[in-house]
Design a protein around this ligand. Sequence first.
Ligand SMILES: [Zn+2]
Length: 234
Amino acid sequence: MHEELRKAVCDANRELKQQNLVIYSWGNVSGIDRSAGIVAIKPSGVAYDDLTPEKIVLLDLDGGIVEGNLKPSSDTPTHLELYKNFQAVGGICHTHSPSATAWAQACREIPCFGTTHADYFYGPVPVTDALTRDEIENDYELNTGRVIVRRFADIDPMQVPAVLVANHGPFTWGRTAAEAVDSTVVLEQTAAMALGTMTINPKQEQIDKALLDKHYLRKHGKNAYYGQDLSNAE
Ligand SMILES: [Zn+2]
């Protein structure tokens, strides 16, 4: 059942290790089949090298297990809350990649200091509010999803496919599980560059809106012109 989705999610999880974004089992990727309402996610505590498509857990959007013998990732309620609220999202990734996590721990958004950032994120990468003691003690993982959704009240999640959960680390997303991992790779690199920028000049300001628009919109806007026109590609 849902073989393609299981394989895509298995490959995306294994890619985290290939890209040096995780150690041990510190990260998880999921994907969703919107038409079937089925979410596929990494099982909890399984090493990436031991991961096979059969071990990927299938759930419905309420967290009920549809197929799989293993326990799903403990972060599953966060993923489900994001799928319920961000309709265009098809894959979600969570890691504790070091540079992005450094910003999350400092509870600071990542300012847009250059075109590398602007090519992927249409503005700063936001940081959430810290969870309250009550939110930590009850339904912690669900509340982590809620605090992210709240932060995106005025942001289009497809224009800024990443967030820093305060005191914790990044969640990223995309149209597929593979794209969610791409977002984490880019976020980690962007976070490291921003850290370097602030080390050189703590007073550095964000790039001009015109440069942000130029770089983001030439790749992602309705008049995007970067890359190949796939409709004409052989
Ligand atoms: Zn975490």
